[in-house]
Design a protein around this ligand. Structure first.
Ligand SMILES: *Cc1c(COP(=O)(O)O)cnc(C)c1O
Ligand SMILES: [Zn+2]
Length: 433
């Protein structure tokens, strides 16, 4: 089973052994992606993947490794550590559909993952590769879902997780998970980009494997979000797949999965990707709108309360640009108010999600109003993170206290504040009507 790493730049396409611990092309600095030459029989695999749902074997129960024939970068299944990631539901949401201007809408909820976000789909693969390379330590620069997921999977695998966080930029809900899962956490007095440069030097010197968003094996795992989605839909692709865009790794993964599924004959057409960014952190939105859109211009001070997509300089933009363009997709941006209200509507469906995830529904509402997405379209929106990731945001929204760092208030359009009542049955009965 031949697999290798290939430079993503069309003019370069340099190839590297799958066992090289590199994150960028050594020749041109471009992004790397895994490429395979194994034979694929879609008819047989569709049947085998269904049968694995009834298996008691750990790797069959994993919603990532169940599809291992499409992510065949390992030479031995013994390296796999699974917390039963993936296996996330498709949830119909009529109320959200109406709000989004659609006749029907289904959410694929990645917040059902072991650590509460889609990062688990990728992390099980990144950690498997770290073990295969004989690494003892893994690291990432993040205060968010990546560190929570890396901490869990690497501790489960007996590796040492190290998290580097920018000073004074801490998201407690997610950091708490990383601490609980045993990650050594280093707060550095520098910004994100400076720390990333520092960590790259340390990685080479100390033999640390980097599990940042640029890691090509995490992208391989995230492909299974779309593979599982198609499996759950009996291989009928929707018209649109809508997802939030931050570092754009997920956009890259979804596009690669769709291309490979079509190449191998699992699906007969590719859904259009709609990537939604927060207006205060939307360099990818700007890129696709510039007539000479050749290179991304980073946003110096990204602002959004949806911290998972607060990324000014997304690393995976060349891949994402290719995938959005070749799927006939679009990029939209939405305001903080739009995200907050859409999130409350997803909550009212009994589903709930973290702020970044709600950018999807806010984006759908805008795209249907503009006539880009049809009312009758078949749409799947991917909710990337669990509702409990950011309880502070929720409480503030419902009690009318949510505001931006500059003090700009966000209206509690669907506010649901708790009411203080006296210890008096008569009065409470009157209140409840
Ligand atoms: C990481 C993350 C995103 C952004 O995904 P990218 O692949 O960086 O574009 C969105 N939502 C949640 C909840 C995340 O954890
Ligand atoms: Zn290259």
């Amino acid at each position: 089973m031949a697999s290798e790493l290939v430079c993503f730049e069309p003019r370069c396409r340099e190839r590297f052994a799958i066992t090289e611990a590199i994150y960028n092309c050594r020749k041109c600095g471009g992004l790397l992606e895994a490429a395979y030459t194994n034979a694929i029989d879609p008819v047989a695999l569709k049947r085998i993947w269904r049968e694995r749902r009834m298996s008691n074997a750990a790797i069959d129960q994993s919603g990532v490794w169940r599809y291992r024939e499409l992510i065949p970068f390992l030479d031995s299944e013994a390296r796999i550590v699974t917390l039963r990631e993936g296996n996330t539901p498709l949830l119909p949401a009529p109320k959200a559909a109406g709000y989004g201007g659609l006749e029907r809408l289904v959410f694929k909820h990645q917040g059902f993952n072991p650590t509460g976000s889609f990062k688990d789909n990728g992390m099980t693969c990144g950690v498997a590769q770290a073990l295969r390379l004989g690494m003892k330590r893994v690291a990432c620069v993040s205060t968010g879902n990546t560190s929570a997921s890396m901490a869990a999977y690497s501790s489960a695998a007996g590796l040492d997780p190290i998290i580097f966080i920018p000073n004074g930029n801490i998201s407690y809900g997610k950091l708490a998970q990383a601490l609980e899962y045993g990650a050594r956490t280093l707060q550095v007095e520098a910004n994100f980009d400076q720390i990333l440069a520092l960590v790259r030097v340390l990685a080479d010197r100390l033999g640390i494997y980097l599990l940042n968003s640029i890691n090509p094996f995490r992208i391989e795992g995230q492909k299974t979000i779309v593979i599982e989605m198609m499996d759950q839909r009996d291989w009928n692709p929707p018209d649109w797949i809508v997802l939030p865009g931050g570092n754009l790794g997920n956009t890259a993964a979804f596009g690669k999965a769709l291309r490979e599924l079509r190449e191998h004959g699992f699906i007969d057409r590719i859904p259009r990707l709609a990537v939604i960014q927060a207006a205060g952190s939307a360099p990818f939105y700007d890129l696709v709108r510039r007539p000479d859109g050749s290179a991304l211009v980073p946003v110096g001070h990204p602002e959004t309360l949806a911290t998972a997509i607060k990324i000014g300089d997304p690393v995976s933009w060349p891949k994402a640009l290719h995938e959005v363009t070749s799927s006939g997709g679009v990029v939209e941006k939405v305001t903080e108010q739009e995200i907050a209200d859409a999130k409350a509507v997803i909550g009212l469906c009994g589903i709930g999600c973290e702020p970044a995830s709600a950018a999807t529904l806010a984006g759908i509402r805008k795209l249907t109003a503009a006539g880009v997405i049809d009312r009758g379209a078949d749409v799947v929106a991917v909710l990337t993170g669990n509702v409990l990731k950011d309880p502070d945001y929720i409480y503030r929204y419902h009690t009318g206290q949510l505001e931006m760092p500059d003090g700009a208030a966000i209206r509690a359009t669907f506010g649901n504040a708790p009411t203080v009542v006296p210890n008096d049955a008569e009065k409470i009965a009157a209140l409840l009507g």
